[in-house]
Design a protein around this ligand. Structure first.
Ligand code: MSP
Length: 522
């Protein structure tokens, strides 16, 4: 396989105060698709996810549950880890911030920042939202009818006063602006880049970087009374997993700086402002790109426990199957925008694109081959220009368009392009009418079915990152060797061999039956 070099992609690490929901699944599925795509495209991939286990929010959740924080984090972290199996993630590591390797990394980063002269001790007095684990200035807040201070995210704030170490964030303002100007792709989409720039232009205040009122965190080196602010601890995870603090280790040299930190729009400031400032202060390289995706609402409402509309990944998988659920989340909404989840939209999309689209094309073609070509891949005759055009579009052309879209993180457009090929192939089936050719021109029928089988092989290969198990099943049915399923194998050289026996075809993407059809409900 060609070695195109390393590619390092990360998800945010998830707070362990609560159960996983589809918002969390969304970020990780998106990263999984990109990681799988890059692997098949010849990159050496490192794909990281994990859990963020320190801080007040987790500590309070443990108190509310009447268990100690370590017990809570062990349990909830495992729930997130179990998603790997459920959602078919291909992450290469799973990091927990309570691991020793991580605590050490966070402490060394702290010491580097300290040695650079960027820390000082003072008293902090200000507003803090535990839900966001974020500090806010007075002018960012609004008041609720009962006089509580509310952050822009809707989280309630409390007044905090304590002794703290501060990070000289203000000192980094100009260098950050210079960095954004030189790296216009650092934050995407463009609107988010503009948001970050205008936030920094508006002026940066020094950041309180430690807490003394509780102890569920990484200890500040040399001052046990303080634990680190949970965000400097959490952000460091991206380096821990590739070997930090050993900057000379093979993996750190290979994978740092990360290619993409994928985050939700709510945590952009931490990644695009604080994180590069910490790294610059410590003399480390800054990640290449931060991509902020949008948020899901559920049938028009914010997802929340109190509304009882939280969708658990397990429910989604139970209802649609893992591959269809993965596909739907990424196809439905332009990646970067907010989106609304509804079961009707999921059913429509899955049935149109997968069941009636790729699934039907494959099932029709393979059944005709099985029945009319002696259960084997037929021998094609000379290809005409229509055949050649379809093949060309399903091979290098499709790969190039999909690759370009994914490089720009237009995941939805990449999927749209794949489905376009399915429609073109459907049009070809209708125009060629192989069922008529069976009697009138059986030799031409064989050519048409061969061309279609080749298109399906290419579709199977390119769908692997999105719907891994179904794509594998499709490729298995066509008897495509396991070691000929990378993108380089889309090439003509690896085309299906006439005479290869195929199994009796089985549907790969089932149609979702609506509840009324199943007789559920009224
Ligand atoms: N622990 C921090 C991240 C630290 S990264 C160094 C955190 N955790 S979180 O569990 O609250 O959120 C993790 C991710 O889930 C965020 O990117 C957030 O945007 C995403 N989502 C949470 N709810 C969501 C939706 N309703 N929709 C889409 N994504 C959402 O923040």
């Amino acid at each position: 396989m060609p070695d195109k070099g390393p590619f390092y992609i990360t998800t945010p690490i998830y707070y362990v105060n609560d159960k996983p929901h589809i918002g969390h699944t969304y970020t990780t599925v998106a990263c999984d698709v990109l990681a799988r795509f890059k692997r098949l495209d010849g990159y050496e991939v490192m794909f990281l996810t994990g859990t963020d286990e320190h801080g007040l929010k987790v500590m309070q959740a443990a108190e509310a549950a009447g268990v100690d924080p370590q017990a809570l984090t062990d349990k909830v972290s495992q729930n997130f880890r179990d998603l790997t199996l459920l959602m078919n993630y291909s992450n290469d590591d799973f990091i927990r911030t309570t691991e020793e390797r991580h605590k050490k990394a966070a402490q060394v980063l702290w010491q580097k920042i300290d040695a650079a002269g960027d820390l000082y001790q003072d008293n902090y007095g200000g507003w803090y939202a535990v839900r966001d684990e974020a500090y806010y200035t007075e002018d960012e807040l609004t008041s609720s009818p009962d006089g509580k201070k509310i952050a822009p995210s809707g989280a309630e704030c409390e007044w905090v006063e304590e002794e703290s170490y501060f990070f000289k964030l203000s000192k980094w303002q100009d260098r950050l602006l210079e960095f954004y100007d030189k790296n216009p792709d650092f934050v995407a989409p463009q609107t988010r880049y503009n948001e970050v720039k205008s936030f920094v232009k508006g002026g940066l205040k020094d950041l309180s970087l430690s807490r003394t009122k509780f102890d569920w965190g990484v200890k500040v080196p040399g001052d046990d009374k303080h634990v680190m602010y949970v965000w400097i601890d959490a952000l460091t995870n991206y380096m821990t997993a590739v070997g930090y603090p050993d900057e000379e280790s093979e993996s750190f040299k290979k994978f740092w700086p990360a290619d993409i930190h994928m985050v939700g729009k709510d945590i952009l400031r931490f990644h695009a402002v604080y994180w590069p400032a910490f790294l610059m202060s410590a003399g480390l390289e800054v990640p290449k790109k931060i991509f902020a995706h949008g948020w899901w609402t559920i049938e028009g409402e914010k997802m929340s426990k109190s509304l009882g509309n939280v969708i658990a990944p397990h429910d989604l998988v139970k209802r649609y199957g893992v591959d269809a659920a993965r596909y739907f989340m990424l196809r439905e909404v332009p990646f970067g925008n907010d989106g609304d989840f509804s079961h009707q939209a999921a059913i429509n999309r899955i049935n149109a694109d997968l069941a009636n689209g790729i699934g039907n094309l494959a099932q029709r073609t393979l059944s005709m081959i099985y029945k009319n070509c002696d259960e084997q891949i037929p021998q094609p005759n000379e290809l005409d220009s229509v055949d050649m055009k379809l093949l060309l579009n399903s091979k290098e052309n499709m790969l190039t368009v999909v690759r370009n879209n994914l490089d720009e993180l237009k995941i939805h457009s990449a999927l749209e392009e794949i489905i376009k090929i399915v429609s073109v192939a459907d049009g070809y089936v209708d125009a060629q009418a192989p069922w008529t050719l069976r009697k009138e021109d059986p030799e031409r029928m064989k050519t048409v079915l061969y061309v279609l089988a080749e298109v399906i092989r290419c579709l199977g290969i390119i769908m692997q990152p999105i719907t891994p198990a179904s794509a594998d099943k499709l490729l298995d049915q066509l008897k495509v060797p396991k070691d000929e399923r990378n993108f380089e194998h889309i090439d003509e050289k690896y085309a299906l061999k006439p005479g290869t026996k195929i199994d009796k075809p089985e549907g790969v993407f089932p149609r979702i039956v609506e509840e009324e059809e199943r007789g559920v409900g009224t």
